[in-house]
Design a protein around this ligand. Structure first.
Ligand code: IMP
Length: 425
């Protein structure tokens, strides 16, 4: 059965661990969106893998890993990850496929990301500064875009870079008074990338369709979370790709009806990095407590994450959006020790109560949460492996989440290790 794993909050839900577990039964793992802004942590034994671009399935030797057309590839980061895995005895030789249509993140994208954010002051988006937005903008703009396929043709790439760099230099000087970019240095870098990554660049759409016909088990790994989806998230405080399950088709060329199982991943509470509305945020002792217990600091930027109660209005919306049929709830162990646990079951916006998630950030920023309060639990859940052994208060919390979200929870995370997972049927 093909499965897509997608985050239902603002990213960092623990998808890496879920993908790692499901990858045991998969033949191929596919990343279809985002770039090095993502951060997936997988812990195997005593070894911790922090991946940004590589699908989390990479940590399983022999697994075929596809970086599809919807991803924006920073070759420096990718090469570091290939090297990092190799240093831990895991080779990507012969099992990594990068789409020739994936776009390349270049130094000027990262520069533009940083300069633009600095110029926005308090209105900044709070990006990861990885050049993601500017790279996707060039993709949509078409005239100044570089794709992985271009790395295979240095003569034409040189001409392309000259015209792009001339344009960017004029723009950056006028807008930000920035120093010019050196086109020769950039071109030399591309030639080095071409040598080391050229062997991995293929037509991944053709590969995936052949794999579907051959009845291979394919696991599609979403990056970020659906609330950061460019079209359906908390715009403008979103990322620049379709981070919900809706991004699957455009991101890798596989129609959604070929994917039977859509597994949404959530944490037992909410977190967010960067700016933007967050109705259930607890900018207080509760939020600080969750941050410290859950180690809620960004994998990519190290920034402290904003923390709050579980928001069932937001998750019911993102679950519907993605056609999610099951939920995996991670970090359940983190909440142990609270006298009571809350979850947001409705919003009050301009005096009216609603369970619909507003489409516009202005309305969302005025939303006040209507909370359901349930008893907390003090037991340490990290050693529990059967659903039946969970404390009654935990079961009650899970049932309350299911009631307001409307999707069954089938998998629970009670710690960072592969083994710390509970299945609920
Ligand atoms: P960008 O994707 O770097 O442009 O950042 C846009 C917004 O998405 C910012 O609020 C980032 O903090 C957020 N973001 C991007 N990637 C991730 C992620 O993997 N986890 C959590 N937030 C992310």
């Amino acid at each position: 059965m093909n499965c897509c794993v997608v985050g239902l909050q603002w990213g960092d839900e623990g998808k890496g661990k879920v993908v790692d577990i499901l990858a045991e039964k998969a033949d191929i793992v596919v990343r279809y969106g985002g770039g090095a802004n993502a951060g997936h942590t997988v812990i195997i034994g005593d070894t911790k893998f922090a991946l940004h671009l590589m699908p989390s399935g990479a940590v399983r030797p022999g697994m075929v890993c596809v970086i599809a057309n919807g991803v924006v590839v920073d070759p420096d980061v990718l090469l570091q990850e290939i090297q990092g895995l190799s240093d831990k005895g895991i080779s990507m030789e012969g099992r990594l496929l990068i789409s020739e249509n994936a776009h390349v993140v270049l130094d000027y994208h990262k520069l533009e990301d940083r300069l633009r954010e600095e110029s926005l002051g308090k209105n900044k988006i709070g990006t990861t500064a990885r050049g993601i937005g500017p790279c996707y903008a060039d993709k949509v703009g078409r005239s100044y875009a570089v794709r992985m396929a271009d790395l295979r043709d240095p003569i034409s790439l040189r001409g392309k870079l000259e015209s792009i760099v001339a344009y960017k230099n004029k723009l950056f000087a006028a807008m930000y008074n920035a120093a010019p970019i050196n086109v020769s240095e950039l071109f030399d870098k591309c030639c080095r990338w071409s040598q080391s990554l050229g062997k991995y660049i293929v037509n991944t759409t053709e590969y995936l369709h052949a794999a579907l016909d051959a009845k291979k088990n394919i696991l599609f790994e979403g990056a970020q979370g659906a609330l950061l989806d460019l079209d359906h998230g908390t715009f403008p405080f979103v990322t620049s790709s379709n981070a919900s399950a809706l991004g699957l088709g455009p991101g890798c060329g596989v129609p959604s009806q070929r994917v039977e199982r859509i597994l949404g991943v959530v944490k037992a509470y909410m977190t967010r990095v960067g700016s933007g509305p967050f109705p259930a945020e607890q900018d207080n002792e509760i939020g600080n407590w969750i941050r410290e217990r859950g180690h809620e600091y960004g994998t990519t930027t190290g920034r402290p994450r904003r923390c709050g109660w579980f928001d069932a209005v937001a998750v019911a919306y993102t679950a519907r959006l993605g056609g999610v049929n099951e939920i995996a709830m991670m970090h359940l162990d983190t909440l142990a020790g609270l006298r009571e646990v809350k979850l947001c079951r409705a919003y009050r916006i301009d005096g009216k109560e609603t369970t619909f998630f507003p489409g516009d950030a202005g309305q969302l920023s005025r939303a006040e949460c209507v909370y359901e309060t349930v008893p907390g639990w003090s037991e340490d859940l990290s050693g529990i492996s059967r659903y039946a052994d969970l404390p009654a208060a935990v079961k009650h919390y899970l049932a309350t989440v299911e009631r307001f979200v409307g999707v069954p929870i089938t998998m629970l995370g009670v710690g960072p290790k592969r083994s710390q997972v509970i299945y609920k049927d």
